[in-house]
Write a protein that binds this ligand. Structure first.
Ligand SMILES: NC(=O)c1ccc[n+]([C@@H]2O[C@H](COP(=O)([O-])OP(=O)(O)OC[C@H]3O[C@@H](n4cnc5c(N)ncnc54)[C@H](OP(=O)(O)O)[C@@H]3O)[C@@H](O)[C@H]2O)c1
Length: 332
């Protein structure tokens, strides 16, 4: 039973156009019908959190606010028949950390419908190493592998050292695909090869603006996390009947393309939206992540930090300098 009257949270405040963060003591609020109060064991850092903490109103409209789109922990109060006290649950996306106070705190209060039971074969630490980034990687791989098979050719992965990119490489490797990684980090070629990339291309080489509707077809498919010219060039370089998924816009939200890759090569572009992923598919994806897709790399390769180290990591993330996954241990 929880007897404290306050809990620690990483709060972001707005002062005119400036956003500052600090660890504060927050009061508990009443748990309503259908909701859970969860004692958070771990959260994880995703790109959206860095946007929320830096005042991106497309992610978070009102401040003060607690970011953190991921949390795993133990139910301490349940006003739902779905979960009982002591159940271990994962909450990712929906509105957590966007306009609902999120996982960068010792406790979160959420609708029970947002929670997934922690799969048997996954520890809480492993679940957050995966987090929304891993779920997004898993969703992207599911959509691509419906059509593209390992024998069809290489899959190109952009933003390769990032959270989504690095977990995607781990899953594709486990499934036997040949992988071409695109990275901006010259120093991380060996890291990417150890993850499972067969070939690494530096971002500068791939980001050339080419005013041709089609390029030499090289890849059976692509998992893009950055958008912009890189996604344009992936689409133009995809083999006939290839599939590309798009989940992110770290580079740019814009695409300047013709329809020719689609109508002359039968290429498909599939959008990935983990936030609104229906619960039935979400549960299935977590089962796969906990079992057939699970690798040491997938679950052990996170950097563990505490709440007071978050600001520094988010700064690195916004500058494209963070590598792999970062998880936050809540040891209050
Ligand atoms: N749609 C969804 O459901 C969903 C879910 C999760 C995440 N996302 C989005 O997916 C993207 C990646 O998320 P993440 O958590 O993997 O972020 P992340 O860990 O920060 O990784 C992003 C990676 O992109 C590369 N990058 C950085 N700046 C770049 C630039 N200017 N141009 C090209 N590449 C750049 C870097 O990798 P390299 O140095 O290796 O190139 C960086 O590590 C974000 O836009 C995020 O919002 C979407």
């Amino acid at each position: 039973m929880n007897t404290a009257s306050t809990f620690k949270a990483f709060r972001v405040e707005e002062h005119d156009d400036n956003y500052t963060s600090s660890i504060q003591d927050m009061p508990f609020s009443e748990v309503s019908e259908g909701e859970l109060l969860i004692k958070v064991a771990y959260s994880s850092l995703n790109y959206k959190d860095a946007l929320s903490a830096s005042g991106n109103k497309g992610v978070t409209r009102n401040y003060p606010h607690t970011p953190g789109i991921d949390a795993v922990g133990t139910v301490v109060t349940s006003k739902s028949s779905k979960f009982k006290v002591s159940d271990e649950v994962i909450v990712t996306s929906y509105d957590l950390g966007m306009n609902t106070d999120g996982g960068f705190a010792a406790f979160v209060k959420v609708p029970a419908d947002w929670a997934v039971a922690l799969p048997k074969n996954l520890s809480m630490r492993e679940a957050m190493t995966i987090g929304t980034a891993g779920l997004t990687a898993g969703m992207s791989v599911l959509r691509l592998t419906e059509t593209v098979k390992p024998e069809d050719g290489s899959i190109v992965v952009s933003g390769a050292t990032g959270g989504v990119g690095s977990l995607t490489i781990g899953i594709l490797r486990k499934l036997g695909y040949k992988i071409t990684a695109i990275t901006g980090k010259e120093t991380e070629v060996t890291f990417l090869k150890n993850l499972g990339a067969d070939e690494v291309i530096l971002r500068d080489e791939f980001e050339n603006i080419v005013h041709k509707p089609l390029l030499k077809p090289l890849y059976a498919g692509g998992i893009d996390t950055v958008g912009g010219v890189i996604l344009e060039n992936i689409i133009k370089s995809t083999l006939p009947m290839g599939v590309i998924t798009s989940c992110g816009n770290v580079s740019s939200p814009k695409l300047d393309l013709t329809v020719f890759p689609f109508i002359l090569r039968g290429v498909s572009l599939i959008g990935i939206d983990s936030q609104n992923y229906p619960m039935i598919y979400r549960e299935k994806a977590w089962e796969k992540l906990a079992n057939e897709w699970k690798t040491d790399q997938l679950t052990n390769a996170a950097t563990e930090i505490h709440l007071d180290e978050l600001s520094e990591k988010m700064e690195l993330m916004l500058n494209g300098k963070l590598k792999g996954r970062t998880i936050i241990k809540m040891d209050f």
